[in-house]
Design a protein around this ligand. Structure first.
Ligand SMILES: Cc1ncc(COP(=O)(O)O)c(C=O)c1O
Length: 413
């Protein structure tokens, strides 16, 4: 056992990441600015520098989410931590929730809501399609849920569910409206207040240029009221001034948004130890987005996403799904007949240092997913990916014209 840890042991060498261009559905290559921000030294939990950094981060994420919601903050954990925090804090056992499923992440919302004890009703679309507002309203009339929970961009299918009419429908039927916009925020329009959302959760690892590990969320007044009715403060930090909410206690301590709000709010009541390094990273992600301007960032994702899609089509391949409802930042493409999809991905990674994505469920082995997002929504990244893919595909026997992909992308630029 001790031999494992001799000075010459490979285990004691520092990890050295090989150079990679991450052109899959996320995570993507992190913006070096975010890496730099994450190397800043810690300050204490209640240091005024820390609380200022937290307040600034809240303000910056109001910009990212397009909202005035005071309760806009970070949940520590990957994107599903944000999903789980919203659902466990807002849904009580027995509550009805409607989940329209059009890919893997609708199934994830369903599973998490079921684990919260909610009565989950689903409607499903074939992967590659999205719902019309009427289809969702019909289901709302039938189910009469407390909450509609819907993914905006489902990376498993590359489809973007339009949300702009759903808030008004939810208001009319007195339904809380939650969306997981992890994969789409930053690269596609998202308007929390205008679209009347009650809760939104996201992650950093797609269009926001960061690593996974922090889940920014925003909550409407109504969402906050729903949560506060269930608020209970841990014994050990509770004082006589604290009053428990009348509702049922939230079934998770870590994801109790009531207690997390007290930590981010004026009282600064201790909950978890904030993941300070992720906070620094999340703050920088928001700064990068807002400095460039949300509309410019969306336009950049649209441009490079279109160039990638045009390039792939020109390489004698067919794009996957309803192109009218595609996310800007990732494209699905059918693996050509006779081509071994995993061998191509291996060669892209090991010979060219470029990662493209595989797929799940009914699409497994049928499509690749190629992302152009965040730091990698760039012309050079698109062109390098197309050049490498052409080389690998030709060697595998796929019939395509020389330079077809790169020429199509360059023509677009
Ligand atoms: C739409 C969507 N929701 C949720 C997740 C889960 O994110 P995480 O792996 O960060 O928990 C992902 C990850 O790809 C996603 O694309």
């Amino acid at each position: 056992m001790t031999d494992l840890f001799t000075p010459a042991s490979p285990l004691l060498r520092p990890f050295s990441a090989p150079p990679r261009l991450l052109m899959g559905p996320g995570p993507i290559t992190v913006d070096p600015r975010v890496l730099r921000a994450m190397s800043v030294q810690l300050v204490g939990q209640y240091d005024p520098a820390m609380t200022q950094c937290m307040n600034e981060t809240m303000a910056l994420y109001r910009g990212v989410f397009n909202t005035q919601n005071p309760w806009t903050f970070l949940v520590d954990g990957t994107s599903r931590a944000g999903i789980e925090a919203v659902l466990v804090s807002m849904l009580e056992p027995g509550d009805k929730v409607l989940v329209p499923i059009f890919g893997r992440f609708g199934h994830l919302l369903t599973e998490i809501a079921q684990r919260c004890g909610a009565q989950v009703h689903t409607i499903e679309k074939e992967w590659g399609e999205v719902f019309t507002p009427d289809e969702i309203e019909d289901a709302i009339k039938r189910v009469k849920p407390k909450m509609l929970a819907v993914v905006q961009g489902d990376t498993s299918t590359t489809m973007l569910q339009p949300l702009e009419h759903l808030g008004e429908i939810c208001q009319r039927h007195q339904v809380l409206f939650y969306s997981d916009a992890t994969a789409s925020i930053g690269g596609n329009p998202f308007k929390t207040d205008e679209w009347q959302l009650d809760a939104v959760s996201v992650g950093l690892q797609k269009c926001l240029c960061g690593p996974s590990g922090s889940a920014p969320i925003t909550l409407s007044e109504q969402a906050v009221e729903t949560i506060k009715r269930r608020k209970h403060i841990e014994a050990g930090i509770r004082t006589d001034q604290h009053q428990a909410g009348k509702g049922r206690i939230i079934g998770s301590n870590y994801f109790d948004l009531g207690m997390i709000m007290d930590y981010w709010g004026e009282e600064r009541l201790n909950h978890h130890t904030e993941a300070t390094t992720m906070l620094y990273g999340a703050r920088e992600c928001a700064r990068i987005l807002l400095e460039e301007g949300i509309d410019n960032v969306i336009a950049r994702h649209q441009l490079h996403g279109d160039a990638m899609a045009k390039g792939l089509s020109a390489m004698n391949m067919q794009l996957f799904g309803d192109q009218q409802h595609k996310m800007t930042n990732v494209v699905g493409v059918y693996i050509p007949d006779g081509i071994e999809g995993e061998q191509i991905r291996q060669s892209m990674l090991l010979d060219f240092g470029i990662e493209i994505g595989t797929s799940f469920g009914p699409l497994h082995g049928k499509i690749w997913r190629v992302g152009t997002m965040g730091y990698n929504a760039r012309k050079d990244a698109v062109l390098q990916t197309l050049v490498a893919l052409e080389a690998v595909l030709r060697r595998a026997g796929h019939d395509l014209d020389a330079n077809a992909g790169v020429d199509a992308a360059l023509a677009m630029y």
